[in-house]
Each structure stands twice: as C-alpha cells, then as structure tokens.
Design a protein around this ligand. Structure first.
Ligand SMILES: *Cc1c(COP(=O)(O)O)cnc(C)c1O
Length: 381
C-alpha cells in the first residue's frame, strides 16, 4: 500500500520523552515547551510562540482575543477545514465566506475586498498546502481599516511568502502539529504565533483558563484570579518533547517533501499539456513546505475514476473539502458573500496524491506512471 499519509519519526522522540519524564512536572510551559518556543521564535523570527493542544485551539484563542460580539463580521474562505469557521462560530459573530482562486485554492483577495463592511473585524486566510496568497495586496488594505489578519497556517510551517515565514505575517498565525501535517507533536498539537507584542499578555491569560497564573509564576503578582474568558490551551511536556525531536529535522523534512512535489510537477506536465488535468500552482512569491500536492481533474467522474484506478494499485489519494457554506453547520452559522464560482465546483475536482516523508521517489514515479496509464498516455512520453 502506498499510503497517502504516514507518520515520519526522526529517531529522538523516545529519548526526549524519557528525559522529560525525569522532571517533576509534565504540565504546560515546562522546560521542553520553553525550548521549542525559543527555537521557533528564533528560527522563524516570531515575537512570541505559545504551544497549544491543537491548531483548533490557536484559532479559538485568536477569536477570543478579538472580543467579538454578535454584530461583528469575519471573512474567510468556504474552502477550508471546519476549525477555521468553528472557532469564530463559538464566539457568536457573523461568518462571511468568500470564493477562492482555483490555481492555489486560496481565498480571493478581490472577493475579500468586496465583502468588507464597517462591521468586519477580521479576515482569516488559509495558507493552503503551505502556499499563501499575495499578502502585499491585502495586508496594507486591512491595516488602513483596522481589520485584524489571522493566518490559518495549520499546513504551512517553514514555508514563506517572499522573505517572510508563513504564520508571521498576520496578527496571529495558527499552526498545527497534527500527525497529518509535516511535523507532529505526537498526534495532536499546535501553536500560536503572536506577531504583535501588545497581544502577548492577553494571550497568556486566555491560555491559562482566563487567569493571570503566568504573571503569578513569574512572581509579578502574589495570587492569581479569573480575569476574562479563556480555556485550557497549553501543550503538555510529553508532546513538547516529541515535538522538539521533529522540529530539529524540519528543514530536511520540508526539503524532501519539496523533492516529491517537484517530481509530481514535472512528471505530470504532459497530462496538463494534453488537457487531462491541471497541476497545483506555486506562485513566484512562494517558497512552499510542500505540505500537499494536488491535481484538478476536468470532471467529478474523472476524479472518482482515477481515485478508484489508483486504489486498485494500492495507491491512496484523497479528495476534500466539503465547502463549509454548503455543510449543515455552515448554513446555520455563516453566509456566502458574492458568487460561488469556484468553491463548490473545484472542491469536486481536486485530488491530493500521496505526500509523506516515508514515500520514496521510486514510488512517486510509479504513481505518475499509473496516472498516465489511466489517461492512456505512454509512460515514457
Ligand atoms: C489541520 C487543519 C486545522 C486543524 O488543526 P488541528 O491541529 O487538528 O486542530 C485547521 N485548519 C486547517 C487548514 C488544517 O489543515
């Protein structure tokens, strides 16, 4: 079986976990957490990193940070994972979904601009597959209007927009260490990048159940108490220890994924030239972490046919997402603004090919050959 996703272990995970167990406590903000945060802050040039139980909790924290009320509006793509919207639905504000640009499947900047009203509090972008939008065309526009920019960067650690790392461009960058992402903290995990210093203190309170426990630990106050709404948003030390082992290898991990990406891209060129499919596009401004490689088929029948064909050769491939504005909870909690030209259509045409660090280049060549055979193109063409 050529698996779509398969967890990659770097080899130091157990050693670091055993080491963490020598310490007296295992709860959040321990020695490993501190080490990982310092590493991420210096490596990616972030003001403040906090490790969290998931990217979902990072999105929830960002939403709490904004003090939203039921009249406030936030804009996001409908083509995304549920957590992007769920975090804001929990705050009871209005969710405005807008269309995407099909070449990257990222939110359309023009549609964002059309959807903005004087009630818009934030725009949430999703750096799909580790490739972002052209932020220079959006960020100054939002800044002028006092609108927050939040990056759902669940998939994009280590990737860049021009010279800036993804996750460091918005007011908040939300990262996932789920085991389907490039690196994991042992199954579930995440981080929030806080890029504006003025937000750090409040984020610390929210993550500590809405208390100033952090100030207490740092001996800045002599007791701690309930300050505002918050939740339990810290990563434990076992997960942080596991994560350190993975972060130490992140550059090699992302480089290898890019090799796989390039192989797919060049290998499938002939099929795009002959109009059977369209390959994922990497814009000029982007350096990707190759979180995923996708193709867009011409019809949903082609997608189902190819998926089944590959499956017969034990090759897994994955289609997603069900657009949020057409899903049960999305209809209740949100509204699509503008025309749905691409979101629904493209969601039924997009297929993701196997991408993980256990995949060999020979296996990638084998997958490319099978796709060529499906379309009746010679494997040496
Ligand atoms: C994976 C993912 C999430 C959720 O991440 P968790 O760490 O599992 O909570 C959110 N948004 C996007 C775009 C994702 O791909």
């Amino acid at each position: 079986m050529i698996e779509f996703n398969k967890i990659f272990y770097t080899g130091n995970e157990i050693k670091y976990i055993e080491n963490a167990m020598q310490n007296k406590t295992l709860h959040g903000d321990g020695k490993y957490s501190e080490k990982v945060c310092e590493l991420l802050e210096s490596k990616y040039n972030v003001n403040k990193v906090m490790l969290l139980p998931s990217c979902t909790s990072a999105l929830e924290m960002s939403a709490i940070m904004l003090d939203l009320n039921s009249e406030d509006e936030v804009i996001m793509p409908s083509y995304t994972f549920v957590s992007t919207a769920n975090a804001f639905a929990l705050r009871g504000c209005k969710i405005k979904f807008v269309d995407i640009n099909p070449s990257t499947m990222n939110i359309s900047i023009d549609e964002i601009k059309k959807a903005i009203t004087n009630k818009t509090k934030a725009v949430i972008t999703v750096n799909y597959g580790g490739v972002s939008i052209d932020y220079d065309k959006l960020k100054p526009f939002l800044k002028e209007r006092g609108i927050y920019l939040i990056e759902d960067n669940a998939q994009g650690i280590g990737a860049k927009y021009k010279n800036e790392f993804l996750g460091t461009i918005g007011d908040f960058g939300c990262i996932s260490f789920h085991d389907t992402k490039n690196i994991t903290s042992g199954g579930e995990g995440g981080a929030i990048f806080i890029n504006n210093k003025k937000n750090i203190k409040k984020a610390e309170i929210i993550s500590e159940k809405g208390t100033d426990r952090k100030a207490f630990i740092n001996k800045k106050v002599d007791k701690y108490s309930w300050k505002m709404i918050g939740s339990s948003y810290l990563m434990n030390e076992i997960d942080a220890a596991f994560l350190l082992a993975q972060i130490e290898s992140i550059d090699e991990i992302n480089d290898y994924r890019n090799q796989i990406w390039d192989k797919y891209y060049s290998g499938l060129e002939i099929l795009e030239n002959r109009n059977y499919l369209i390959r994922q596009v990497k814009p000029e401004y982007a350096s990707s972490n190759a979180h995923l490689f996708f193709i867009r088929l011409k019809t949903n029948e082609d997608l189902k046919g190819l998926k089944k064909f590959l499956n017969n050769y034990d090759i897994e491939s994955v289609a997603h997402y069900v657009p949020l504005h057409t899903s049960e909870a999305g209809i209740v909690n949100g509204e699509f603004i503008g025309d749905d030209i691409y979101t629904t259509k493209e969601s039924e045409l997009l297929l993701r090919l196997p991408m993980n660090n256990n995949l060999t280049i020979d296996e990638v060549v084998y997958i490319i050959e099978k796709i060529k055979i499906y379309f009746g193109v010679g494997i040496n063409e």
